[in-house]
Design a protein around this ligand. Structure first.
Ligand code: D5M
Ligand code: FE
Ligand code: ZN
Length: 465
């Protein structure tokens, strides 16, 4: 039996009442104290002869109340234990390969998957499946050449057909895929199809009540370009009479809370606050102005304290400034949280840089297009050895195992949203004005805009502060 339901049932029994089993559903979204409270109110109103508490009794009390319930479903912080050197990376890639192969093997269209070492025995022209991580991709005029490896060997595959070439050219290095291949008479391996792990069509979860979540990232507190006035406007608005503001119960900050120290050359010339301590102190003093009924979840980005390599542990709460901040939850990057039953995958988005750099058609202005590729590869940061450092963990914690309802990133400082197979994709922009560096590389940020989602209706609001 559901533990929460058991607690609620016993509470009612002690008072001489029985609860109907369909109240189980409520137990999943409302906290126990709140349910006990409502049960007491129901009992006070009931006739003595009626000792059954039904779901209908509850509706009167919780219909227009905003439920606030959260769960942390995955946080890498306590699991981080990098193995050193090559051995660690071997375990990491082996884990990525094995887990994604297991996921994809369940697909009905794929019959047996052969290992690369078994291919030499296969007869000419038979069609078989192999799988592997992509080591190399060269696009020639007439064909695309792929080099893949599995746990047994590596293999060169040629792609001639236009539609398959389109998939091949969008593959990310080190991503996992299944290849339908044929050995031709010249002993060349020709690729007839590429199957990505991808996301099955997803029906997203909803909150029972109209609780809203606001998505922020890249505040860069401590930078000369941090927009303090605008963020204070947002925070004042949270306590206003505005109908949307009144419904906000959650804020998710997807990294780069502070600007950090020594993150890029000559950063000190662009800092307002010259130590991590001062920056964090300022960050907390700003966050403390947020009304306490709003829960704030923060993951780190590449500017925040802690290690740079993914997955990143949570910013430590040991700083004295975080005292009396019970509504602030510091989590790792990436993390999966459930807000009123809606699953949110929060990731800073460092790998967007690598995908934009290596994949045709990808651009900083459209981060959700990159997010779709990441979902299709079922991995948040497949490309190894480019700009995004990845730690040699024995388990690959960047695999997208559980399917989220909302996938949220930051990092590129450009607000964007879209959906993919029922998942809402959001890039939450920034609270930092355009920096000289961004201007030199032609990145035009969209600062001071907050994305708000109604977790019941999935209505999207964009408010410009
Ligand atoms: O990154 C803010 C944005 O600037 C993001 O789109 C990446 C881009 N960026 C940051 N550093 C570089 C370098 N060195 N080359 C190219 N693009 C870069 P943030 O994480 O806030 O610094
Ligand atoms: Fe940033
Ligand atoms: Zn960043």
């Amino acid at each position: 039996m559901n533990r929460k339901f058991e607690v609620v049932m016993n509470y009612a029994l002690e008072k001489g009442y029985q609860v109907q089993p369909n109240i189980l559903e409520l137990c999943e979204v409302i906290n126990i104290d709140e349910i006990k409270n409502v049960i007491q109110k129901i009992i006070n109103k009931k006739k003595q002869s009626d000792c059954i508490i039904t779901k209908k009794d509850f509706d009167e009390y919780i219909n227009d109340k905003i439920i606030v319930q959260h769960d942390v479903l995955f946080d890498p912080t306590s699991q981080i234990a990098s193995d050193e050197g090559m051995h660690g990376y071997y375990s990491l890639f082996k884990d990525r390969f094995t887990k994604l192969k297991k996921t994809i093997s369940k697909r009905s269209e794929i019959s047996k998957i052969y290992t690369i070492s078994e291919i030499s025995n296969s007869k000419n022209n038979t069609m078989i499946y192999v799988c592997g991580l992509l080591l190399k991709r060269d696009s020639e005029k007439k064909f695309t050449r792929l080099l893949i490896d599995d746990l047994t060997d590596s293999l060169e595959i040629l792609v001639f057909e236009e539609d398959v070439k389109n998939i091949a050219n969008m593959l990310l290095l080190d991503q996992f895929a299944v290849f339908k291949i044929q050995v031709n008479i010249n002993k060349n391996i020709v690729c007839k199809d590429i199957i990505l792990p991808d996301i099955p069509k997803h029906k997203h979860n909803r909150s029972r009540t109209n609780a809203c979540a606001a998505f922020l990232s890249d505040l860069h507190i401590g930078s000369k370009y941090f927009m303090e006035k605008e963020i204070n406007n947002f925070i004042s608005w949270l306590s206003s009479d505005n109908n949307i503001a009144k419904k906000i119960r959650f804020i998710v900050i997807s990294g780069d809370l502070i600007d950090g120290i020594g993150i890029y050359p000559d950063q000190k010339d662009e800092l307002d606050l010259d130590s991590i301590d001062k920056q964090l102190y300022k960050a907390v003093s700003i966050l403390k102005k947020i009304p306490k009924h709003i829960k704030i979840f923060i993951i780190p980005g590449n500017h925040d304290p802690g290690r740079r390599a993914l997955p990143q542990p949570a910013i430590q709460k040991k700083h004295k400034y975080f005292q009396n901040c019970e509504n602030i939850f510091l989590l790792g990057n990436p993390s999966l949280i459930s807000l009123n039953n809606v699953k949110i995958l929060a990731y800073h988005g460092q790998s967007i840089d690598d995908v934009v750099k290596t994949t045709p058609g990808m651009h900083y202005n459209k981060p959700t297009a990159v997010m779709k590729l990441l979902l299709r590869s079922r991995h948040l940061s497949p490309i190894y050895g480019s700009r995004t450092p990845i730690a040699p963990e024995s388990h690959d914690m960047l695999i997208i195992n559980e399917i989220p309802d909302i996938f949220i990133t930051g990092h590129v400082h450009i607000i964007d949203y879209d959906s993919y197979r029922g998942i809402l994709l959001i890039n939450s922009g920034t609270w930092q004005k355009q920096t000289p560096f961004q201007s030199s590389v032609g990145i035009t940020p969209t600062p001071g805009v907050v994305m708000i989602i109604d977790l019941k209706t999935f209505t999207i609001y964009q408010n410009n502060f």
